[in-house]
Design a protein around this ligand. Structure first.
Ligand code: PLP
Ligand code: FVT
Length: 429
């Protein structure tokens, strides 16, 4: 028993499953989750002192790598001025201005503390604005754990085989319609049958919670066109993709202008910040301007905003996303080649600083294809990689992330380790 095992046993006595978020448990791959003690750049160290190259990056936020000195300085300075005031502050204006500049579909923006809150608030707002109650989401997309959206959701929900949560009264999800991702025809048919009742369509334009599945341009533009035609609100959930797949998020990649956008993860630079924003006429419905209530004791927290603001400034460095994308490309091409040379059915894809690894013969385009992945092979590969000091998400239903701090050296090490892991798989180990 090493110190990770000891801590895991102890944690389970006081914390359900020993973790404060289910995706941290190693349930689908087996073994004890690693208890991390520190991180720097592209690395994390567990409590035994073992060093890992981090491809989870706190599930997306750490795009600059861990411990960026400018972000840390901003946080320390903000701490010295006060941890929270529960009042309006100037940095909230600065981050709102920065968000509006980088994501031009956002005319005004409200800050919250988690992606879950952003999603819950955005659909409440869409319903309040339209006076309608039906919400369309897509199978395998995860928008946080608010009740109305926790139906056929991705990420941990899929990993643990319960795509819809217990404890949510049927009435609460009665107006949530779940459709197939990348199926514009089904969406159009649904609008044709009940378009006047649909308040909003919420989508991850690049899905990152059923492994990584890119929306087809045809699908994303069909959502835009149908929402416009039927007076529904198009919500793009950019909690994962915002400032991650491109400076302007997935909406800039697809050239689509949503009515509302959700942000999280990178926008807080490792601290709890999320946001929802968009068309001014819709946002004007939010309290105190309008009748849609939304609030938060720690919303716009000055320390969290300082981390987010420093991060948003740093990602605007010239060439940042070209470099980030080339890191993802090198990694995914190297892994694919290593698998091919060892004869293991595997493929990979990437979008900006986000990637998907699939134990499948071809890149999936929808949830039903993702479920065909060889999860047993993935579990063995995952543990080989972990032993070799490469920390990937412990599930075939999660996307992976790189940071600007990942260098060729880490990528080469990872590809070499993967080659050995694929060879071991082939040898039946
Ligand atoms: C696309 C997407 N939306 C919403 C959320 C919820 O965010 P949070 O975990 O901050 O509540 C997540 C991740 O958790 C996400 O990946
Ligand atoms: N895909 C998983 C997440 O992005 C969220 C992490 C968490 O819920 O802890």
């Amino acid at each position: 028993m090493d110190r990770n095992d000891e801590l895991f046993e102890r944690a389970q006595r006081s914390i359900p499953g020993g973790v404060n978020s289910p995706v941290r448990a190693f349930r689908s791959v087996g073994g004890s989750p690693r208890f991390m003690q520190k991180a720097s750049g592209p690395f994390m160290w567990d409590v035994t002192g073992k060093k890992y190259i981090d491809y989870i990056l706190s599930w997306g936020p750490m795009i600059l790598g861990h411990g960026n000195p400018e972000v840390l300085r901003a946080v320390h300075e903000a701490c010295d001025r006060g941890l929270t005031f529960g009042t309006a502050t100037e940095p909230e204006i600065l981050i709102a201005e920065e968000i509006r500049k980088l994501v031009p579909s956002i005319e005004t923006v409200r800050l919250a503390s988690s992606g879950t809150e952003a999603g819950m608030s955005a659909i409440r707002l869409a319903c309040g604005f339209t006076g309608r109650s039906k919400v369309i989401k897509f199978e395998g997309c995860y928008h946080g754990h608010s009740d109305r959206l926790l139906v056929k959701a991705g990420s941990g929900m899929l990993t643990f085989g319960h795509p819809s949560s217990a404890g949510i009264p049927a009435g609460v999800t009665a107006d949530t319609i779940v459709l197939e991702y990348n199926n514009p025809q089904q969406l159009e048919d649904t609008f044709r049958s009940c378009g006047s009742e649909i308040a909003c369509v919420i989508v991850e334009a690049v899905g990152g919670n059923m492994n990584m599945v890119k929306g087809s341009p045809e699908f994303i533009h069909a959502i835009r066109d149908l929402c416009t035609r039927y007076g529904a609100v198009m919500i793009v959930d950019e909690v994962m993709t915002g400032f991650r797949v491109a400076l302007g998020g997935a909406q800039s990649v697809y050239g689509v202008k949503p009515d509302l956008t959700m942000l999280g993860k990178v926008v807080g630079g490792g601290m709890p910040v999320s946001a929802f924003g968009g068309r001014r006429d819709i946002m004007n419905m939010v309290a105190p301007l309008g009748p849609v209530y939304q609030a938060g004791t720690l919303s716009g927290n000055p320390v969290a905003v300082a981390a987010g603001l420093a991060t948003l400034r740093l990602v605007q460095a010239p060439g940042f996303y070209d470099r980030l994308t080339s890191i993802s490309r090198r990694l995914t091409e190297g892994l694919t080649e290593a698998a091919r040379s060892e004869g293991v059915p595997f493929c990979a894809d990437y979008c900006g600083g986000m990637f998907g690894l699939y134990f499948l013969p071809k890149v999936p385009t929808r949830f039903s294809e993702v479920t065909r992945a060889d999860t047993a092979a993935f579990g063995r590969w995952f543990h080989h990689m972990l032993d070799a000091g490469c920390y990937f998400a412990p599930s075939t239903y999660e996307a992976g992330f790189v940071s600007i701090a990942h260098t060729d050296k880490e990528i080469s090490h990872t590809i070499e380790a993967a080659r050995e892991a694929f060879a071991a798989l082939k040898a039946g180990q």
